[in-house]
Design a protein around this ligand. Structure first.
Ligand code: SF4
Length: 275
């Protein structure tokens, strides 16, 4: 494995194109905050989930990464900066590559990361969420993106197979705590899922989960997709509904947008992938 390319955004976020032994490539990102350096790693080459707003979803699925290839991203980036946190939010659906992701999570533990510093994100595979809660003590992030099945079926096609009632029951069974809440990821798409009513519906939907931290992510426009970012006022109004309902909610500062290193922007130009 090697770093085939590297771009640094104006805010210091670094995006890496990682070359694999078979010539395929994935992306990994280093995100620096005040006191932490978070590595966002990929778990697959491409992704089979085809979420309608996601750059990686446009690529289609090529193959799973091995646990060594996942750890390899951590080590290559760790050679540049000391990494304090790892999130499995890069290319791919981590729970669609369950065995390799869990092996990588366990390997990260031997490299000095506590369970609280490792987060696995999913669009929602109920039996694998339950299994992850038994096999590890890592943090869980659920990419919700819509507060009802009708809309979510359109944005996240996997929802047609696993509706929200099943996914949230699995999340509820996951060992959550005040220090390790369920992280809800919600991409705000202008005019699609960002209304006052959507926020109220989301607040109601999440009542059943005991510990929740909501991350709102204003959409990063992707070439070839028509989704737009809502205005800051709309995002703030959405957040305020959730806060008024009692949820700890943050609007995630978009880091690395000028280098395509922000959420939903992880894709490699098709000609660069040896699929
Ligand atoms: S949002 Fe995640 S699960 Fe959905 S297509 Fe993109 S990489 Fe795959």
């Amino acid at each position: 494995m090697n770093i085939a390319d590297q771009i640094t955004a104006a805010d210091g976020t670094e995006k890496f194109l990682i070359g694999l032994a078979d010539g395929k490539k994935v992306e990994s990102v280093l995100i620096k905050h005040k006191r932490t350096v978070c590595a966002c790693v990929s778990s697959q080459v491409g992704c089979a989930m085809k979420c309608s707003f996601c750059a990686t979803g446009l690529m289609g699925f090529s193959r799973n990464l091995t646990s060594e290839e996942i750890i390899g991203q951590f080590e290559l980036m760790g050679g540049i900066k000391r990494i304090t946190n790892v999130v499995f939010m890069g290319m791919g659906e981590p729970l669609h590559n369950y065995e390799n992701v869990v092996a990588a999570v366990n390997e990260l533990r031997t490299k000095g990361l506590s369970w609280q510093k490792i987060t696995v994100s999913t669009v929602g595979i109920p039996d694998k969420i339950r299994q992850l809660g038994k096999d590890t003590q890592c943090q869980l992030a659920f990419s919700l993106h819509a507060p009802n099945d009708e809309l979510r079926n359109k944005l996240v096609p996997l929802n047609n197979r696993y509706p929200l009632v099943e996914i949230l029951a699995a999340c509820k069974a996951f060992p959550l705590s005040r220090k390790g809440p369920l992280m809800i990821e919600y991409v705000l798409l202008a005019g699609v899922n960002d209304s006052f009513e959507h926020a109220k519906e989301m607040a109601q939907l999440l009542r059943q989960i005991p510990f929740v931290l909501i991350n709102l992510i204003p959409c990063n426009p992707v070439a070839g997709l028509s989704f737009q970012r809502p205005s800051p006022e709309t995002a703030l109004a959405f957040k305020n509904v959730l806060i008024a309902a009692g949820y700890k909610t943050i609007i995630r500062t978009t880091k690395g947008q000028d280098s395509d290193a922000a959420c939903g922007m992880l894709s490699i130009k098709k000609q660069e992938i040896n699929v």
